[in-house]
Each structure stands twice: as structure tokens, then as C-alpha cells.
Design a protein around this ligand. Structure first.
Ligand code: NAD
Length: 268
């Protein structure tokens, strides 16, 4: 069987370059092209060279529609406005579409859901296989353990991160809440400082650390009297998100049109 033809949107970006490496190292997939914003200074350069690997003989281009028409699957890690436009192209061409861009406004998100009516769409705010497994395990543990186990979520990220807690920490909190049959909004305790009073039974607490160049550490603590379970995931490099997205891209082959998440891809 011939390789899956993969097109990358945001090819000159941090994730775009990692994606070129991840597709190249994967079995059964080939990068057939990548597009970045018109006027990007890297335009016309070899994708392998940009990604810090051997030249691939494929260069960075600017024609999004042509790439959608030529590729079996498109992976998009760009910016929200552009992703919403790309989702409309995916709906028109029916090309499988893997979306990693975050920070989408509701109407931009709606364009992605709409594309799922015409094409295979996989979207995740975090494509790391390990994080997705940690989310599923958190849901399962919260299902099994009653609220004599206090749930606390601790995350650490690099000093430049502007939002807190991280989207992944919140996803872990939502999974814990789902497992317990409650909503995170009712149970989250996000800002302890000073005389807070005793911990409320059933709360899901968050603690946030910032410093250095930490790519993303998350720990979910289930603490009861005399025993404690801790689930920890540590991201060392953004290549893990790229590998997860390529895994999702390979998974799209032969699937029917629909909107899917990484939890579907991993059957979690
Ligand atoms: P980046 O700024 O390095 O890359 C974005 C790229 O998109 C840039 O090269 C930019 O020029 C390009 N771009 C802008 N307009 C474009 C257009 N019209 N056509 C094609 N390309 C265009 O950012 P990054 O760190 O690579 O992250 C990109 C996105 O992916 C962000 O939203 C980030 O939050 C998200 N992200 C998601 C995951 C995940 O697992 N889902 C992981 C890491 C990053």
C-alpha cells in the first residue's frame, strides 16, 4: 500500500517543523507539501532543512487549496482565524483534517465541527498520547474512588506561559469531575491563598507552578487518609504533540466523515 500523503499547514512554525520530523520518522506516511502564511521569509525552502533533518525535496509553499486537493490528510497547527478558513476548505474538498490549533472562538470552533459533516476531522487541544492516557486514567480512577479521596491537580510550565491553570490541567479536572458525576465548575478550587478554611469534601483543587523552560508537567493526586495515588505526565519536547497528531493522521485512513477527538483515536 502506498504511503499516506500528508500536507502540513503552518509548516514554518514550531509545531510545523516538529510535524515534518514526526511524519518523516513515521511508517506509512510521507510529507507531500507544507504551506505557511503568504510572505513568510522561509517560503521556497526545503521542508527537511527547515525541520533540521535531511532535505526532503519538498519546499514550503503558499497554496492551501492545492495542498488540500493533493493530500490524503492535512495537519493544521496555525492560528485560529486561518484554521477556521482551512476548515471550510476541508469541508469542500472532503480531505481528512487533523487540527491542533488552540484558542479558537466559538464561531471558529463551529467551522471545525461543520467540516466534520463532510470530512474526517480529528481535533485535540493536546495530541500527546501520554496526556490523553492520563486523562482517561484520571476519569477511571475518579469513577472508582469515592470522595474520601481528595483530588488535586498540579501543573508546571515555562516562565512565558500566560494562562493558568493550563488547558490540559483543566481537561484533567473535567475528566475527574466526569468520573465523579459532577461538573468541574461546581467543584473547582482554583485560587487558595491566606486563611482559606479547611478543604471542602469533593472539591477538585488546582495548583500552578511557573518557571524555566518546562514544556508541561501535570500530576493528578488522589489523597485519602493513609494512602495516595499520583498520576504524573511530563512533556520533554513538543515532538510528542507532533507524534500524536501524525498518529491521528494515520488513523483517519478509511474512516467515515465525522468529528473525532484523540480519545476516539486511542479508543479511550
Ligand atoms: P507558531 O507561531 O510557531 O506557528 C504557527 C505558524 O502558522 C507560523 O509559522 C505562522 O506563520 C503560520 N501561519 C499563520 N498564518 C498562516 C496562513 N494563512 N497559512 C499557513 N500558515 C500560517 O506556533 P506553534 O507553537 O507552532 O503553535 C501553533 C498552534 O498549535 C497554536 O495554536 C498552539 O497553541 C497549538 N499547539 C497545539 C498543540 C496540541 O497538542 N494540540 C501542541 C502545541 C501547540
Amino acid at each position: 500500500m502506498s504511503d499516506l500523503a500528508v500536507g502540513i499547514l503552518g509548516g514554518a512554525g514550531r509545531m510545523g517543523r516538529a510535524l515534518v520530523r514526526a511524519v518523516t520518522e513515521a511508517k506509512g506516511a510521507t510529507v507531500i507539501g507544507a504551506v505557511d502564511a503568504p510572505g513568510n521569509p522561509e517560503m521556497g525552502k526545503d521542508l527537511g532543512t527547515l525541520a533540521g533533518i535531511d532535505p526532503l525535496g519538498v519546499t514550503l509553499g503558499g497554496d492551501v487549496r492545492a495542498l488540500f486537493e493533493k493530500a490524503d490528510v492535512i495537519i493544521d497547527f496555525t492560528i485560529p482565524r486561518v484554521t477556521a478558513e482551512n476548515a471550510r476548505v476541508a469541508a469542500e474538498t472532503g480531505t481528512a483534517y487533523v487540527v491542533g490549533t488552540t484558542g479558537l472562538e466559538p464561531e471558529q470552533q463551529a467551522a471545525i465541527a461543520e467540516a466534520g459533516r463532510r470530512a474526517v476531522v480529528v481535533q485535540a487541544a493536546n495530541f500527546s498520547l501520554g496526556v490523553n492516557l492520563t486523562i482517561a486514567l484520571t476519569r477511571r480512577l475518579a469513577e472508582v474512588l469515592d470522595d474520601s479521596f481528595d483530588i488535586e491537580i498540579v501543573e508546571m510550565h515555562h516562565r512565558h506561559k500566560v494562562d493558568a491553570p493550563s488547558g490540559t490541567a483543566l481537561a484533567l479536572g473535567r475528566a475527574a469531575a466526569e468520573g465523579r458525576g459532577v461538573t468541574l465548575e461546581d467543584k473547582a478550587d482554583r485560587g487558595r491563598d491566606g486563611i482559606t478554611g479547611a478543604r471542602k469534601r469533593g472539591d477538585i483543587g488546582f495548583a500552578v507552578l511557573r518557571g524555566g523552560n518546562v514544556a508541561g508537567d501535570h500530576t493528578v493526586v488522589f489523597a485519602a487518609d493513609d494512602e495516595r495515588i499520583e498520576l504524573t505526565h511530563k512533556a520533554g519536547d513538543r515532538i510528542i504533540f507532533a507524534r500524536g497528531a501524525v498518529h491521528a493522521a494515520l488513523w483517519t485512513a478509511g474512516k467515515s466523515a465525522g468529528y473525532y477527538t484523540m480519545q476516539d483515536v486511542l479508543k479511550l
